[in-house]
Design a protein around this ligand. Sequence first.
Ligand SMILES: NC(=O)C1=CN([C@@H]2O[C@H](COP(=O)(O)OP(=O)(O)OC[C@H]3O[C@@H](n4cnc5c(N)ncnc54)[C@H](OP(=O)(O)O)[C@@H]3O)[C@@H](O)[C@H]2O)C=CC1
Ligand SMILES: CC(=O)[C@@H](O)[C@H](O)COP(=O)(O)O
Ligand SMILES: [Mn+2]
Length: 394
Amino acid sequence: MQPRRIVILGSTGSIGTQAIDVVDGAPHRFEVVALSAGGGNLELLARQAAHTGASAVGIASGDPRELARLIDEAAAAAGRSGYRPDIISGPDASTRIAGTPADVVLNGITGSIGLAPTLAALESGATLALANKESLIVGGALVKAAAAAGQIVPVDSEHSAIAQCLRSGSAAEVDKLVLTASGGPFRGRTREELHAVTPQEALAHPTWDMGLMVTTNSATLVNKGLEVIEAHLLFDIPLDRIDVVVHPQSVVHSMVQFVDGSTIAQASPPDMRLPIALGLGWPDRVAKAAAPCDWTRAATWTFEPLDAAAFPAVGLAKDAAKQGSTFPAVFNATNEEAVTAFHAGRIRFTDIVDTVDAVLSEHPGSSGLTVESVLEAESWARARAHERLALSSL
Ligand SMILES: NC(=O)C1=CN([C@@H]2O[C@H](COP(=O)(O)OP(=O)(O)OC[C@H]3O[C@@H](n4cnc5c(N)ncnc54)[C@H](OP(=O)(O)O)[C@@H]3O)[C@@H](O)[C@H]2O)C=CC1
Ligand SMILES: CC(=O)[C@@H](O)[C@H](O)COP(=O)(O)O
Ligand SMILES: [Mn+2]
């Protein structure tokens, strides 16, 4: 059997680098044909290109001649002298790279900037292994309409877990989806105790090592809010039948409760290489993608309710999804701006979700959902967030 041709968007990030690990571990199953990144780490991208032999490499910003020079250097060091991939540069580089002929496109870009690449990957006919949850959430019905049945395979750990649990029952037998949340680094704190937490503390995730945006979103529980919308869109389950439970160990990645009272859960130590490998190989598993649970050692798994007073983000996200149209895009875009302001030291931690709440409550909505209306709502939300954040003080 020929190896599957894989495109990796966001190859220099947490998801992207782990995807290359997965490919390295199963060279008979996968080959990388194209890579893209933002351009913030040209050295790493050049080494990845020389290592994988990808035929095309894209960057959103940065000097393409410098990238070519670094690739030459990295290729010589890797014993691949003369290797010269096509280099594509500019804001639409990942969208163009997403159209490279391939079997699977992994979207590991951060943020709603991933929407156009997601749509381009779907248009190409390849399977879309989706880590970039934001593109599905902001694009909503647009992304779903662009996807053939089964064309989107979730990589997000909770949704990969649910997809695995759903193999044991039909959609009509599902009572509830139950998403687990680690609770983040501030689990157990009151709202008052959250005001003064620092960016450094927010980035100390208890169980996962991830990029800055998703790690911060885990600390505010915005990530879980986004994931409830993501589950609703991926699995067509109504929002009021999607619950969140706090599970600090991050070993049970989510569960499906069936109508007869049975619950099927997926468990494995927290390691994204498992859902990435399943996303690339779907529906087949990749042997030894990650270490399994060690059943010879004592272990305790705990579950507790979410404290919605201290962490209102999940409720806000559900409300935004119920309002529909461009509300989820406004939720996400405002959050992206507020997280950036928090890490720049301009606002307090609790201002992040308060700003999302305030901007959502001002949003007039949009009569239809098109790429243009999403982009317009996002730029309205980003501008409105900036106005509000300028008024916030530490
Ligand atoms: N990390 C994880 O374990 C998990 C992540 N996810 C989701 O996966 C996505 C990626 O997360 P993560 O890997 O942590 O993020 P990182 O911040 O680690 O990586 C983001 C990647 O996106 C690239 N990028 C940034 N801007 C652009 C752009 N304009 N065009 C193309 N590429 C761009 C970056 O390139 P560069 O930095 O080189 O400029 C980098 O390669 C997010 O949606 C996240 O929510 C979901 C579940 C788990
Ligand atoms: C690994 C993964 O899928 C992340 O999205 C994870 O869910 C973050 O953990 P919490 O949001 O549960 O803290
Ligand atoms: Mn997740």
